[in-house]
Write a protein that binds this ligand. Structure first.
Ligand code: GLN
Length: 529
């Protein structure tokens, strides 16, 4: 029977509950516990596919093709695993299941109620996540903040789970803010109030985590313990850190794994954190400074490109680079406000729609003409092809049909079999597929394999009819769909490093194993004088 550890949040959102949950998972895994993670998002969306990345952060894609919350990216990175769709429940999907059952008449005249019908569905999904991942311990992060209207149903469901399980088989960790006021004093009152809010919902937390700027002092810890009914040795702290990868090490020092294992009756082996520690130290003792521009259109929030920034950090740690990864707004490039010469490399991540595209094309042109390392991811490959067609084939109107459906040179288009689908629904290619990599290319050198499996989230493709002309003009398509002549990787052999993929390599990067294209990008950056 799997055990459950629920992580709730108090006072405000964006406390790093996901990073805490992942760090704890990592610690327990490194001591031999078979742990998996789940995220419950209380809002009414059914998946993250329609969420605005500008408001909500990156849409992460599981290998089985689910568009989910970016926290699943953290789970994958910290545990070095691949997540599956069952690990993210967006509450819209629970309500949908319940309502569909009602429509089919499965409840035989019953009044449909939040309790028990929706709460039962939540419990079923949580147990299902544990089943599918075959874990002994499922760490379930509950999105939002205790007290939010949407969260009530979820909290009620997991409260019931605690009640239904043996003591210690379902426990709660509450993460809440402990702010420091201008006098320098740590204030525990907001945390105390958020614990009261939890108690009012019938949940008494087993562990508390103070989220603070600096490690909290003994006094604060004792005060929290006394007022919240949690022994001081079960009160931990998660302070601001240079990098999120330091948190498992810091929690290890506080004895979090032992405390949780003690309470839950988990057997722990010796921790195996040597490699992780080495990489964190390497990150902190980097030598060469490099600036990489990530050209985005959702450029006020780095979370929009979370996996891209993490992948860059992983490659930087491996290569001993002190990386300054700068999110550049492509519309600022269009206005001539960005000095492109200030960067040692460029990354163009995924995107949709036409806003800011000319700015992205200008950055790509700059990288190509000046032999500056370039990595394109999905949209970054499509736009690299557009830029090349315009500059090198003289097709001034070359474009993606997504941006200009009227162009005479649609170098990026929707494949004919998908054209008949009139709306956007159902045309997005999602999840992991194989890619055949051609020998003797930079991509092959990076991957060292003829076949790779990578994640996709796109609708448009390089136009197969225009491929011969593009190849003749100098583009090498170094990766293809294994079954059809559809291009999945492109590079410029004449350039030091100009490589782009139709897939999203950023989702696969790990601190211990940087994704090869990011590693190759940083190596190229180092090689360039
Ligand atoms: N908008 C492009 C497409 O749909 C690229 C998508 C992306 O970058 N994820 O094909």
């Amino acid at each position: 029977m799997p055990k459950f550890l629920f992580v709730t949040g108090g006072v405000l959102s964006s406390l790093g509950k996901g990073i805490f949950a992942s760090s704890l998972a990592r610690l327990l895994k490194s001591r031999g516990v078979n742990v998996a993670q789940m995220k419950i998002d209380p809002y009414l969306n059914c998946d993250a596919g329609t969420l605005n990345p500008f408001e909500h952060g990156e849409v992460f894609v599981t290998r089985d093709g689910f568009e989910c919350d970016l926290d699943l990216g953290n789970y994958e990175r910290f545990l070095n695993v691949f997540a599956v769709r069952e690990q993210n429940l967006m509450m819209g999907s629970a309500y949908k299941t319940v309502i569909e059952k009602e429509r089919r008449g499965e409840f035989l005249g019953k009044t449909m109620q939040v309790i028990p019908h929706v709460t039962n569905e939540v419990k079923r999904r949580v147990k299902r996540a544990a089943d599918v991942t075959k874990c002994d311990l499922l760490i379930v992060e509950i999105g939002g903040t205790v007290g939010d209207i949407e969260s009530e149903v979820v909290l009620e469901a997991v409260r019931q789970m605690k009640f239904e399980h043996e003591r210690g088989d379902a426990v709660f960790v509450h993460v809440a803010l402990v702010p420091t006021v201008t006098t320098g004093e740590e204030k525990t009152k907001p945390l105390q109030h958020s614990v009261k809010a939890l108690l009012a919902r019938g949940i008494s937390p087993d562990f508390l985590v103070a989220r603070s700027a600096k490690p909290i002092g003994r006094d604060s810890k004792e005060k929290i313990s006394l007022f919240c009914n949690v022994p001081p040795e079960y009160v931990f702290c998660s302070p601001d850190l240079g990098s999120v990868y330091e948190l498992p090490l810091l929690l290890e020092k506080q004895g979090v794994a032992e405390a949780v294992a003690g309470k839950m009756g988990l057997k722990l082996g010796e921790p195996d954190l040597a490699e992780w520690r080495k990489l964190v130290e390497k990150m902190n003792s980097c030598k060469v400074n490099k600036r990489v521009a990530v050209i985005g259109k959702y450029a006020s929030m780095k979370d929009t490109y979370a996996s891209v920034f993490e992948a860059l950090k992983h490659a930087a740690a491996k290569n001993g680079v002190c990386l300054e990864a700068v999110l550049v707004n492509s519309e600022e490039i269009e206005k001539g406000k960005v000095d492109l010469k200030a960067f040692d490399a460029f990354v163009v991540p995924g995107g949709f729609g036409s806003r800011g595209v000319e700015g992205i094309l200008a950055a790509i042109r700059h990288a190509r003409e000046n032999n500056v390392p370039y990595l394109g991811l999905c949209y970054g490959m499509q736009l690299a092809v557009v830029e090349y067609a315009r500059s090198m084939l003289g097709w001034k109107d070359a474009n993606s049909a997504e941006i200009n459906p009227e162009t005479k040179h649609p170098v990026i288009c929707i494949l004919p079999e998908k054209e008949s689908l009139t709306n956007l629904g159902g045309t997005l290619r999602l999840g992991a597929y194989e890619v055949a990599v051609s020998r003797g290319t930079k991509a092959h050198a990076a991957y060292g394999a003829d076949k790779i499996t990578k994640r996709f989230r796109h609708r448009y493709e390089v136009n197969p009819e225009l491929v011969p002309a593009l190849e003749k003009a100098g583009i090498c398509f170094s990766g293809r769909d294994p079954e059809r002549e559809i291009m999945k990787l492109m590079e410029l052999p004449s350039h030091q490093f100009f490589l782009a993929s139709q897939f999203h390599p950023e989702f696969d990067s790990r601190l211990e194993a940087p994704e090869p294209l990011f590693d190759a990008l940083l190596k190229a950056t180092l090689a360039k004088k």
